[in-house]
Design a protein around this ligand. Structure first.
Ligand code: NAP
Length: 490
């Protein structure tokens, strides 16, 4: 007898979505374990200045819990944290979350058909089903630069911002120019004495229609018709700018115009042609995640902001030394260097199947793959919300709702059949993987220029485990996949 029917790892929006869907299916015997002392996942950990979503809020929320309270078209991080808290309270999840515990490993016991999940407290929890909702942008990545530990001033990664540090009047260096840096740089530049930005690969940046929502618009969101109109317009915008542009690049005539729009915006925002040239990406828009911000590019016009494109040689006790022999002495070093996503050690914990093979070893051997982005052959009773070839690039909430619907269908079916073991069939997984390979030529990632992007979307095999499909297709398939693609035994 297992301690729980289902164990969910993570109380971010994936974990919350999985729990709500389990409850709706009457599968209420679950526990959520969470490493932090609050809910919201990404939005719990990322509290850097300027943190906000860059998918419109009307789409960046659960379809079954649409908030009439967003203050802006793009909600700031604190509102998303509050929204997570609201969902947890409204759907009565709080008492079923254990905070401040980390999963250190999970091993499938093939005799009992349960997962034995070890926590960092040394405790072992058993569960029939294991849902990995620990996210993909979870483990902060430190740069592989010599001496990164030797800096004698303050060092902070953006995902672990230290708000006790006052940056006013300080000399600050920031390494990285990804979507996070795009939000941090304009926010801190006006208060610091000097900001030195170390850029390895420039990012495409576009303006963001980020405006306060007038009271009338918020009232309109309280009535079902008004909510539906906001939602539909927002969904159409997101679909057009993300999945349809990236996943259908070769067949979408509009997608190819994005580079010209990005260059026109750069010309408008950055006066100095040399500086503008340094800020201009040499890859197509979409090879890596673009940024959306109204003042990121123009911030480089400021006298107290310096853009350094010379490669970093090392970090010293006093600052950052570049390959040309210059050392930039600073008081604070900000690492906007992202997360371990496709790295070998990107899993938050080891998952060991009944054969003794870990999931990372399986992927190492067979390339990253998962049936519909949810389940992996050889790993029974295990489901992941953000597995390879699940995400189409639109709102993460669309992904969460589709994938948690999929996994709840499987778990409910197992219960109906009194089966203790559910495993995706090898042939179903192979068929899905072959389909992904067959369709991926339409994606933007296979344009020659993407080789210059240095994009974390590419794994070490050169694969991009994003789903070459649209959001409606992924949604439909989560409802219509053949349950016989799974073997129900035990
Ligand atoms: P990221 O996109 O991985 O960017 C990391 C940056 O650090 C890149 O510019 C990278 O350069 C640089 N870097 C890493 N190691 C380096 C080194 N050794 N030397 C010099 N530069 C180095 O990380 P992120 O900006 O945190 O964004 C991660 C993801 O979070 C985004 O893709 C997005 O999905 C999500 N995000 C979303 C939002 C939002 O919705 N509002 C906001 C922020 C982030 P290279 O490009 O050369 O590797």
């Amino acid at each position: 007898m297992a301690d729980y029917h289902t164990l969910i790892v993570g109380a971010g929006f994936s974990g919350i979505g999985a729990a709500v869907n389990l409850d709706k299916a009457g599968l209420a015997d679950y526990l959520i374990v969470e490493a932090g002392d609050g809910v919201g996942g990404t939005w719990f950990w990322n509290r850097y200045p300027g943190v906000a979503v860059d998918i419109p809020s009307f789409s960046y929320q659960f379809s079954f819990e649409q908030s009439p309270n967003w203050s802006r078209t793009y909600a700031p991080g604190r509102e998303l944290r509050a929204y997570a808290e609201h969902c947890v309270d409204k759907y009565r999840l709080r008492s079923r979350i254990r905070f401040n515990v980390e999963v250190s490993g999970a091993v499938f016991d093939g005799d009992e058909n349960v997962w034995r999940v070890e926590l960092n407290t040394g405790e072992i929890i058993t569960a029939r089903f294991l849902v990995n909702a620990s996210g993909v942008l979870t483990i902060p990545k430190l740069p592989d630069i010599d001496g990164v530990d030797s800096f004698s001033g303050v060092t902070m990664h953006t995902a672990r911002w230290d708000h006790t540090q006052d940056l006013t009047g300080k000399r600050v260096a920031i390494i990285g120019t990804g979507a996070t840096a795009v939000q941090v740089i304009p926010e801190i530049a006006p208060i610091v004495q000097q900001l030195t930005v170390f850029q390895r690969t420039p990012i495409w940046c576009f303006p963001k229609f980020d405006v306060p929502l007038p009271t009338a618009a918020r009232w309109a969101m309280r009535v079902p018709g008004g909510r539906t109109v906001h939602r539909l317009l927002s969904q159409a915008y997101v679909e057009f700018t993300f999945p349809l542009a990236a996943q259908y690049f070769t067949v979408n005539p509009f997608a190819k115009r994005a580079d010209a729009a990005g260059r026109a915006y750069l010309r408008r925002e950055v006066r100095d042609p040399v500086l503008r040239d340094k800020l201009t990406p040499r890859y197509a828009v979409g090879c890596k995640r673009p940024g959306f911000h109204n003042t990121y590019l123009s911030t480089f016009n400021r006298d107290n902001v310096t853009l350094v494109t010379e490669p970093i040689d090392k970090i010293t006790g006093s600052g950052v030394a570049t390959a040309d022999g210059t050392t930039y002495d600073v008081d604070v070093l900000i690492l906007a260097t992202g997360f371990k996503v496709m790295d070998v050690d990107a899993m938050t914990f080891d998952i060991t199947g009944p054969s003794g093979q870990t999931l990372s070893a399986f992927w190492e051997e067979h390339r990253m793959q998962a049936y519909e982005g949810v389940s992996i052959p050889g790993f029974p009773n295990y489901f992941t919300v953000m597995g390879p070839y699940g995400y189409v690039g639109s709102s993460y909430f669309a992904l969460i709702e589709a994938q948690t619907h999929h996994l709840v269908r499987c778990i409910a079916q197992a219960d109906r059949r009194a089966a203790h073991r559910v495993e995706v069939r090898q042939e179903a997984n192979d068929r899905y993987f072959a389909e992904m390979m067959r369709k991926r030529h339409r994606q933007i990632f296979w344009q020659d220029s993407c080789t210059n992007a240095n994009s974390y979307y590419f794994d070490r095999n050169g694969d991009v485990p994003l789903r070459p499909a649209s959001t409606p297709e992924a949604y439909w398939r989560s409802r219509s996949f053949d349950l016989d693609d799974y073997r129900f035994t035990g």
